[in-house]
Design a protein around this ligand. Sequence first.
Ligand code: PGA
Length: 250
Amino acid sequence: MTARTPLISGNWKMNLSSAEVDSLTRALVEAANDQRDIEIAVAPPAIWLERVISLAKDSALQVWGQNAAEEASGAFTGETSFPMLLDAGASGSLLGHSERRHVFGESNESVAKRAKLGVEIGARIILCVGEQLEDRKSGATMQVVDAQLSPALPHIPADKLVVAYEPVWAIGTGETATPEQAQETHAAIRETLRKTYGEKADKIQILYGGSVKPTNAAELLAQNDIDGVLVGGAALKFDSFSGIIAAAKS
Ligand code: PGA
């Protein structure tokens, strides 16, 4: 188990009704308050952010945005900006999630620009990285991940950064990296972080994401450089998400 505080975070993506959000958030607030040695976080859809933040007020539950725009304000229909996220009470935002990169075409440079803007106004960043199946097969995993990390890292101080390693081929597919595959990549990511942050790299949480479930969370979290998880599907129901929280305690 890691020396860093485990961070168990849920990414709700574009899911859940207001009633579902309310009941799930209430349960998460209780879980977060009960387990102060583990950090628990959720990234709700933008429309539910204020709702979740008001239910989580004065609790240990962290609330994050799922994405934030390159610009602070302006004519960008459909976007949400970092100043808005922080104004609403969010801790910061995920950036560079694989769906943002591969469905919406966000580049490494665009992700870095978002990170710079967020950090300038005090946001924390969960920077998501990960290779596609053909990259893994051709042995290019770290080349791809380093190219995703390197434009963004110079803009983010160590104490504002969480990295989420999510192999694209494992997201929403039921296919998980083996604990050994994940650990190997996490250790390589920490080496990359060391080049920018020196010893502070040892304090940065590196999360694993991609089909994390109550049944595979414990063996992933048992790896030295896996400091938490970013969970999609299994974060939508308290039963499964609490099973993952329980795995972080074992
Ligand atoms: P998944 O999603 O747990 O449904 O694979 C993970 C993520 O996209 O963060």
